[in-house]
Design a protein around this ligand. Structure first.
Ligand SMILES: [Fe+2]
Length: 278
């Protein structure tokens, strides 16, 4: 049985890798993605792969009745919640059952993905669990992302991976410091495309597309796949070369300005990294 609704695949093929694409999936009843199974997974994963995420949202007119979360996200998961923050399981593919499930998904995605961007690289699978309204502030992840809503609902607002939403300075800050958060300005609220995701809905985002997320009231579970391709890895290498280029008076690489893949700059960057210059 397929995991993706085949009707979703042609629109995904049309949109990927440039635009967000909605799809439908059949994972909402998957036992491995139930709360008890994810609590078991959290027990087996290295402690460093189980963390907290999100910020509580104030809901106008409603009292804040949610109790304080235990400090330990593993304890929070095992108690079944609720918590004021969510729990993220960061590297589910370490576990054979989850790895097999993700690879089944990849087999269905890969004909579309590989045709556009080549083989999926650095594939990761994470699960996000929350029990109350939570928000993830405006940010970007330097990866392609497929978010599959399993339980409850969430809203994800997506923006183009280009100025004024994501500029070169922010891309370089991420490489330098790991900063993913982006400055929020109220006027952005009217610009992003808000996708409401219920169980069975999925959303594929272009590489590094800025977004914010609100998970809804009650238990919300989502599975997120992220990946790179040969070109996005070359872009990251080319960006890493920018500080050195500036020092010697050469123009930096900006993916928003140069449409061609930066193969030469990436090769120079990798050579520089080997020599300890980058
Ligand atoms: Fe994100």
């Amino acid at each position: 049985m397929s995991l993706l609704d085949p009707v979703s695949v042609p629109p995904l093929a049309e949109a990927y890798p440039c635009a967000p694409a909605r799809l439908r999936h059949y994972l909402a009843e998957e036992p491995l993605l139930s709360l008890p199974a994810l609590a078991d997974a959290a027990r087996v994963l290295p402690r460093s792969e189980v963390g907290e995420w999100g910020e509580p949202c104030e809901v106008a007119g409603l009292p804040r009745a949610v109790p304080q979360a235990p400090a330990d996200p593993l304890a929070l998961l095992q108690s079944g919640g609720p918590g004021r923050r969510g729990v993220v399981l960061r590297d589910l593919m370490r576990l054979p059952g989850y790895r097999a499930l993700v690879l089944r998904l990849v087999r269905e995605l890969e004909p579309v993905i590989a045709r556009a961007t080549g083989p999926m690289q650095a594939l990761r699978a994470r699960a996000f669990i929350s029990w109350t309204n939570l928000r993830t502030p405006f940010h970007f992840n330097p990866a392609y992302m497929l978010l599959l809503q399993i339980r409850g609902d969430r809203v994800l607002a997506a923006y183009p991976a280009a100025p004024p939403f994501l500029d070169l300075a922010r891309r370089e800050a991420h490489l330098r410091e790991g900063t993913k958060r982006l400055e929020w300005r109220p006027e952005l609220a009217a610009v992003g495309h808000q996708h409401v995701l219920a169980p069975g809905d999925g959303l594929c985002l272009p590489h590094a597309a800025p977004h914010w997320v609100h998970s809804g009231e009650g238990l919300s579970i989502a599975l997120a796949l992220s990946w790179q391709c040969r070109r996005t890895r070359a872009e990251a290498d080319a960006l890493a070369l920018n500080p050195l280029l500036r020092k010697v008076g050469l123009p930096p690489y900006d993916p928003a300005v140069r449409r061609a893949a930066p193969w030469l700059r990436a090769a120079a960057s990798r050579a520089g990294q080997r020599l300890g210059l980058v």
